[in-house]
Write a protein that binds this ligand. Structure first.
Ligand code: ARG
Length: 263
């Protein structure tokens, strides 16, 4: 399952930006950073990030991240739910290590995928899962629709996940985290052209690359001031210079999420 997801996401990201990447490579080959190891972060725990959930298959193999926003509601990426059903997914809380057996495992009783989500564009990339079992962990606050100031360029954001520590590498057994600056919409548009939709997406990363989310981090949080402000969505490769990570701009979808959290 994980392989399938990863392949599809990588293919979509590459197809979307192949032309731009080729241009960048020809224009300035020396400017393309070698992919680093969450690339470039440090290890952490679910004690530090208690709302950090593993989204797994029925065998508890993690393939995405999610954020606990109420005891029975988890915010993740819509693209993580492509091909999934309530029976095929589990949510695991309180488990720092992928190979752990501790924490709380819940089945999913409902999957809400933003109706605006389309595989082709990765726009509107948000989903809310309803858990069958309550999670006994601290929940995360998430932005309200009026909090758009959180995305001011240069603001420090935090990324968290078990994703690969290099572009084509393996997942991290231990949860990892890193900080990355929010990138202005105009700069992100320069990187990604019309694939970047500013109303739905926000970018974060260093101009020189080196620190980023990567495959398997999708669905996990972009935290700004400790508040959930974005969802790991897509990017060109991982940690490339000039190609920041792209996150769901949660302020746009905050009311939709609240409707799900309260339903
Ligand atoms: N789509 C990836 C996933 O499903 C996340 C990619 C994030 N990429 C990036 N360069 N920030 O796990």
């Amino acid at each position: 399952m994980f392989g399938l997801h990863r392949a599809r996401r990588t293919a979509a990201a590459l197809a979307a930006t192949a032309a731009a990447a080729a241009t960048a490579l020809f224009a300035a080959p020396g400017a393309v950073a070698a992919p680093q190891p969450i690339v470039g972060g440090t290890t952490t725990t679910t004690t530090t990030y208690p709302y950090m959930m593993q989204i797994t298959d029925a065998y508890q193999n993690q393939f995405c991240g999610g954020t606990l926003v109420s005891p029975t509601k988890v915010v993740t990426a819509a693209h993580c739910m492509v091909g999934e059903t309530t029976g095929s997914v589990r949510v695991v809380g309180g488990r720092t290590y992928l190979n752990g057996t501790n924490g709380t495992v819940s089945r999913v009783s409902r999957i809400w995928v933003n109706p605006g989500y389309t595989d082709a564009t990765n726009g509107d990339d948000v989903a809310v899962l309803t858990l069958s079992t309550s999670m006994p962990y601290t929940t995360a606050k998430y932005v309200s629709s009026s909090d758009t100031a959180v995305y001011a360029a240069g603001t420090t954001a935090r990324i968290v996940g078990w994703g690969t520590t290099s572009e084509n590498g393996g997942s991290s057994n231990q949860l990892r985290t890193a900080t990355v600056p929010v990138v202005s919409d105009s700069s992100c548009r320069s990187s990604y052209g019309s694939d970047f939709v500013a109303s739905d997406m926000v970018c974060a990363g260093y101009t020189s690359g080196g620190v980023d989310t990567c495959q398997g981090d999708s669905g996990g949080p972009l935290l700004i001031g400790g508040v959930l402000a974005g969802i790991t969505s897509w990017g060109e490769g991982c940690a490339w210079a000039g190609y920041p990570g792209v996150y769901t701009r949660l302020t746009t979808f905050s009311s939709l999420v609240t409707a799900q959290v309260n339903s």
